[in-house]
Design a protein around this ligand. Sequence first.
Ligand SMILES: [Zn+2]
Length: 198
Amino acid sequence: MPADGNNQPSTSKPSFFGRVLSVLIKATVLLVLLFVFDKLLPNMSQQTQSFVVTKWQQLSLLQQAPPTQNSLPSPLPNQHLTDTWGAARSQGRSHEGIDIFAPRNTPIQATTQGIVKKVGENTLGGRIVVVAGPGGAGHYYAHLEDYADIAPNDWVNKGDIIGYVGDSGNAKGTPPHVHYGIYINGSAVNPYPLLQKK
Ligand SMILES: [Zn+2]
């Protein structure tokens, strides 16, 4: 008994203290990390914070599947949809999207959640908005009369207003409409089958 009693503590004591020590070290490291984050986060510049948030949002969008058949609400939910994909356009181009007609200034709704990539102008599209959505798909809205209050890197949810129907760009003088295009892996795909029909 005395031998056992002597033996036991001599072998179990160091491992017990060893375990206590390792728990203490882990707790200390955790406390130090918490302290560092607590001091660091408020001091992180707005730019760094939004960069981190945007990267996180991009990653989560890439995890999601790109649009599938009948999965997207229309950017103009109350307007009739016609499949105008592939119709002939000037200079031998073919129509890489669909046109949805509506009275001037009708609000245009984002068809997916995503990150605003572009709010600006180009020759053909006039005033345009590009949103990067689930699966990295690009959503292109063109011929806007005006933009909503959005800027590049903003997050939008499905249904958020991104702009207003117009006839800017090469649509000047035609009945106001939104040109809606979807780009998957950089190639234009026909939005019509992907949009929900009523
Ligand atoms: Zn068009």
